[in-house]
Every structure is written in structure tokens, then in C-alpha cells.
Design a protein around this ligand. Structure first.
Ligand SMILES: Nc1ncnc2c1ncn2[C@@H]1O[C@H](COP(=O)(O)OP(=O)(O)O)[C@@H](O)[C@H]1O
Ligand SMILES: [Mg+2]
Length: 320
């Protein structure tokens, strides 16, 4: 089997006082062994929510209300929280949370924070834990003296490396990185991206790499999933999304039109008219239809889900 993760019709809703926010709506996709799947889309389209659903760790008042998550062939949906904590989360699938590097506790040394995370999840004696910390710090390019330092003594890039090392600790097969480079300057961004590429190659890890920045996605990912308003609108290889033929979904095309790109004749950047929808009351039919430049008669009425239009290339659009 070459899929490490298969997600089918995943749904996560937030049950707020104002109503139900359908943040992830019937999302289906696969992650192949050893690949990086990029997830892109505007802020608020449900990227982080999707990631928390994959860890079965929704943020209150969120709840997973449907779907299936197969991790290396095992359906983890029916597992209890105790079983997930003992055997799945961090052990088989882990996550670098959005903004985690800014959430390191200022009064603890790096060693203390790493030890606590490690020991919360697995009983391990002190010496063994120490060895493992060093192994992963070295892997992410840090030396052992980082252990004695406090977060304020480290640069942003070093802190992000600590967070990545912590996510790798229990040797998961799948690592989700949620906007891991967003708060960093471009030079450090490039370093972190190269680090993730090396880890993928050397450890055979599979990554889900979430960002709102399409130009970074092109650099790291083998395949891309574009999300809009809680749904997948297009999934394809790098070539299918960025290649000369161009992407197939009007939203992806617009998103690319709004992204500055190198090695291309300079044309004016476009923007996407209208605002991202309110997920408390999303548009009917295709959720992009109110902003779509090529909307058709049926789009506001009929829901549309991703379908294969050529091998590896899935699009949710009535025009395709
Ligand atoms: N804890 C929460 N309670 C209620 N609504 C939430 C919560 N977290 C996120 N949302 C809503 O869910 C939608 C998706 O949010 P999020 O997953 O954070 O998007 P992204 O990561 O793509 O920016 C947004 O409409 C957001 O307002
Ligand atoms: Mg997010």
C-alpha cells in the first residue's frame, strides 16, 4: 500500500452560540508514503481545523461529526481518546502547531520543555530521553548546548527547529506542519524548508505542509490541495497546479494570479473580488460561486465535490 493516510468525507463543525460553523466539510484526500502534500487557501478556510481533526484533537467547541481517517490502513476514528493518546498522537502522527515557537515557556530551559513533552507521552528513563533529545536536536541542525538555554536566548529559526525536533521525538510517520515558516524572515524560511526536505528524504517521513503562501508551497510540496471554505476545490501534482497548462479550478487560478512569481513576465497582480464566506452560513452549491468569474446557472444550486479529471488531478468545478 502506498498511502500512509487516507481521509474520507471528514467533517468537523464548531458548535458556537451563534450557530454551527462548518469548518471542514466532507474533505477527502490521500497522503502517499514519503511525500509532502501542501495545503493552501486563504485564512479561515479550515486548514488548521483539518489538521486538528487528523490528530483527533478538535479545539472546543469543535467536534468531528463524520468521516474516516485511515492511518497506514488502520481506521483511527473509532479509537477512544486514551487509545489515541497512547498509540497514535505524536507516536504515529504529529504536528508542528501554528505559532508553536512563540509558545515555548519563557522560564523553562529547552531541555525541561522537551523532557516534559516526551514524558507526557511515553515512559522513558532519563538517560534514554536525554539520548533521544540529542539525536533529534542534531538532526534539525542544533547542538547540545541549546538544551541549557532559555527560549529568549534563541533566534526564531532555532526555536522553530526545537519545535520540529519535539514533533519528531516519538518517531511518527506523518508530520503536519501548520504555517511553520510564516513568522520567519525569508532567509530562515529557506533554511527551515531545506531542513524539512532533508528530513523527508533521510527519515522517509510524510509531511502535510500547511501555508497560505503558494510560492512556498511550490518549493516544498510534491502535490497540492487547495481548500476553499472548508472544502477541497483542487488536488494535483505540483506540475498540474503550477505548470504551463495551468490549474483547473477558477479559485486556484485566482489565487495564483494574486501571488507574485519569479521567472515570469511581470504582469499586474490580480486580487479576488468579494470576501471569503462566513462559514456559519456558507453559500449554497459551490461555495466559491459568489466570487467566481465564470459562474454558471447550476453552480449556486448543486453542491460539487472533487472528481478526477485526469490521473492524480481532482477538481470540484461544474465546468471541468
Ligand atoms: N475554536 C473555534 N471556535 C469557533 N470557530 C472556529 C474556531 N477555530 C476556528 N474557527 C472557525 O473555523 C474556520 C476555519 O478556521 P481555521 O481552521 O483556523 O482556518 P485557517 O487555518 O485556514 O486559517 C473559520 O471560520 C474560523 O473562524
Ligand atoms: Mg490556520
Amino acid at each position: 500500500m502506498d498511502n500512509i493516510l487516507e481521509v474520507k468525507d471528514l467533517e468537523l463543525h464548531y458548535f458556537t452560540q451563534k450557530g454551527v460553523v462548518k469548518a471542514v466539510d466532507r474533505l477527502s484526500f490521500d497522503l502517499k508514503k514519503g511525500e509532502t502534500l501542501g495545503v493552501v487557501g486563504e485564512s479561515g478556510c479550515g486548514k488548521t481545523t483539518m489538521a486538528t481533526a487528523l490528530l483527533k484533537m478538535p479545539t472546543p467547541p469543535g467536534r468531528i461529526v463524520g468521516g474516516q481517517i485511515l492511518l497506514d490502513g488502520d481506521d483511527i476514528m473509532p479509537l477512544s481518546e486514551t487509545e489515541i493518546r497512547r498509540r497514535v498522537r505524536w507516536e504515529r502522527i504529529s504536528m508542528v502547531f501554528q505559532g508553536a515557537m512563540n509558545c515555548l515557556t519563557p522560564v523553562y530551559t529547552i531541555e525541561k520543555q522537551m523532557r516534559e513533552t516526551l514524558q507526557q507521552h511515553r515512559q522513558m528513563d532519563r538517560a534514554e530521553a536525554g539520548k533521544r533529545m540529542l539525536k533529534y536536536l542534531n538532526l534539525v541542525g542544533l547542538s547540545s548546548d541549546v538544551l541549557r538555554r532559555y527560549p529568549h536566548e534563541l533566534s526564531g529559526g532555532m526555536k522553530q527547529r526545537v519545535v520540529i525536533a519535539t514533533a519528531l521525538f516519538l518517531e511518527p510517520k506523518v508530520v503536519i506542519c501548520d504555517e511553520p515558516t510564516t513568522a520567519l524572515d525569508v532567509v530562515v524560511q529557506a533554511e527551515i524548508i531545506n531542513l524539512l526536505k532533508t528530513l523527508k528524504e533521510e527519515m522517509g517521513l510524510s509531511f502535510i505542509f500547511i501555508t497560505h503562501d503558494l510560492s512556498i508551497e511550490a518549493e516544498v510540496s510534491d502535490r497540492i490541495m487547495v481548500m476553499y471554505a472548508g472544502r477541497a476545490v483542487e488536488i494535483g501534482t505540483n506540475e498540474q497546479i503550477y505548470g504551463p497548462q495551468g490549474s483547473a479550478h477558477p479559485y486556484t487560478q485566482r489565487l495564483l494570479g494574486a501571488t507574485p512569481r519569479l521567472h515570469e513576465e511581470v504582469k499586474e497582480l490580480s486580487f479576488i473580488p468579494g470576501t471569503p464566506p462566513d462559514l456559519l452560513d456558507p453559500p449554497s452549491g459551490c461555495r466559491f460561486h459568489p466570487r467566481c468569474p465564470v459562474v454558471m446557472e447550476r453552480c449556486p444550486h448543486d453542491d460539487v465535490w472533487v472528481r478526477e479529471i485526469e490521473p492524480e488531478h481532482m477538481v470540484a468545478c461544474w465546468r471541468c
